[in-house]
Ligand binder design. Structure first.
Ligand code: UDP
Length: 492
């Protein structure tokens, strides 16, 4: 007997962009929906499937046998043959402008497997990364609503939207320090000219983001890895002023109750992970600064050297995540005595490869986070109640710094001033400046105490948002009801 339409679980296809910072929150979000009874499929390519495989397996294991849950399926499709070397399938693996362009071409070719999946499976909705701007028309051709997701905050979305529509940089003085006011926002938001994307210098990127923004405006709505209590004014701006629809379902990293086992991209957790956690266990509460810059940022050797000096000067204990193995070059940038200090492991620890970030941030010994302000890392720190030292580089990171330092007041900036792509060189920030910022966040002064108190309060709000009856929990339900009602009206 056929299952009646209203008994059939909702089915959502997730189409994440091929970079860990986009894939990880999508896998977490799928876990949230699956736990509420939504059948979830994630379409991606082999290397990227490996990034989220363990998270998905864990979510499926946790829900097996629990009534009202559904499984998450990773639909693995070949990476389009565009001439990139085998295995080069995701953002961090692209090390030249030429590769980036070829990669963008491959992103458009994913439309073929997307269309096939849609025809064969007819899901109820698509949650597509904004970067797949083609998916707005493709989903419409299949008669399926496209929800967009870019893995940014509602605040950053508002900043990006007004920048793309009004191009405020054009009227600003030519000087890199000229302040540029972003018009039409609920608060006065100003950035230095040098902290923004220059349409004239990066015309391809500018046109791409305009196309992406336009496609997002034509979408059914947007899902955000955020929560109502974090940015209520910007949610109102998004819905009332911009007239767009939004569901805030985060922090999605809290989807996995067992944060202990979250993480592990590609090759799995770093072999240093266990040792790092044991090391943290014996450190006093709030005494350790955690340093990690996500999966895309590249720091030059002089920058790394100053950072090492800054950590040393700060007098704090530290855990510093550095990808890859020790190289000969590395020994060149390390200040005198630093390698020996690391070997003793008293003050500091270097983690090679993939760190269990959620576990580290939630460890009581951790009292501060030096971050590049990727939105996932930022929200993970917020949800763990950990204050930040902010060091943005590109993309939405300067907006995130504004939000953290000026609006939420849970961080201190190191004074990064250059928006530059990951491969470009930039001004080196001195070790004493880094040490001072760490001291302001983690030190004994009144400023640090107030920052830490606010961070803690925000962390509690974040956790409440995802619990039953919390705002994010309710937004998941609201979206499900709407998609179900839409299915009934289409099939009626
Ligand atoms: N991450 C992790 N361990 C690492 C490095 C990164 O778990 O060693 C996770 C981190 O917790 C976050 C994501 O990778 O969820 C990075 O995303 P973010 O938006 O912060 O930065 P991006 O890599 O996109 O620049």
């Amino acid at each position: 007997m056929a299952i009646k339409d209203e008994q059939r679980p909702l089915h959502i296809l997730f189409l994440p962009y091929l970079a860990p910072g986009h894939l990880i929150p999508i896998a977490d979000m799928a876990a949230l929906f699956a736990a509420r009874g939504v059948k979830c499929s994630i379409l991606t390519t082999p290397v990227n499937a490996a990034t989220i495989r363990s998270a998905v397996d864990r979510a499926n294991d946790a829900s097996r046998g629990t009534e009202g849950t559904q499984a998450i399926d990773i639909v693995v499709v070949p990476f389009p043959d565009v001439g990139l070397p085998p295995g080069v399938e995701c953002g961090p693996a692209l090390n030249s402008e030429a590769d980036r362009e070829t990669f963008s071409h491959a992103m458009r070719l994913l439309r073929d497997p997307f269309d096939r999946f849609m025809s064969e499976n007819r899901p109820d909705a698509v949650v597509s990364d904004s970067f797949f701007d083609w998916s707005v028309d493709a989903a419409a051709e299949h008669g399926v609503p496209r929800l967009t997701f870019l893995g940014i905050s509602v605040f950053a979305r508002a900043c990006g939207d007004t920048t793309l529509r009004n191009n405020p940089i054009e009227a600003a003085a030519e000087h890199p320090d000229a302040l540029v006011l972003l018009p039409g926002l609920p608060h006065r938001v100003e950035l230095r000219r040098s902290q923004m994307m220059e349409p004239k210098k990066q015309p391809e990127q500018w046109t791409f983001f305009q196309r992406v923004n336009a496609a997002d405006q034509r979408s059914f709505g947007e899902v955000f890895n955020s929560f109502h209590e974090l940015e209520p004014d910007y949610l109102k701006h998004h819905t009332t002023t911009l007239g767009r629809r939004a569901w805030l379902v985060g922090p999605v990293a809290l989807a996995s109750k067992d944060v202990a086992t979250r993480g592990g991209a590609n090759d799995g957790l770093s072999p240093d992970a266990d040792g790092c956690l044991r090391w943290l266990d014996v450190k006093p509460a709030g005494s350790v600064v955690y340093v990690s810059f996500g999966t895309m940022a590249i720091f030059s050797q002089p920058e790394l050297r100053e950072l090492a000096c800054g950590l040393d000067l700060s007098g704090k204990n530290f855990v510093w995540v550095i990808g890859g193995a020790v190289t000969k070059q590395e020994l060149e940038w390390m200040p005198d005595g630093f390698a020996e200090q690391m070997a003793r492991g008293e003050r500091g620890l270097i983690v090679r490869g993939w760190a269990p970030q959620m576990l580290i941030l939630n460890h009581p010994a951790v009292g501060g986070f030096v971050t590049h302000c990727g939105w996932n890392s930022t929200l993970e720190a917020i949800s763990a109640g950990v204050p930040m030292v902010t060091w943005p580089r590109f993309a939405d990171q300067f907006y995130n710094e504004k939000q953290v330092v000026e609006h939420l007041k849970v961080g201190v900036s190191v004074g990064s001033t250059e928006y530059a792509s990951r491969l470009e060189a930039r001004r080196v920030i001195g070790g004493e400046v880094i040490a001072e910022a760490i001291g302001r966040v983690m030190g004994h002064g009144e400023e640090g105490a107030a920052i830490r108190k606010r961070a803690k309060e925000l962390g509690e709000k974040a956790r409440r948002a995802v619990e039953k009856g919390g705002s994010s929990y309710d937004d998941v339900g609201r979206l499900m009801d709407e998609l179900m009602a839409r299915r009934s009206s289409v099939t009626a």
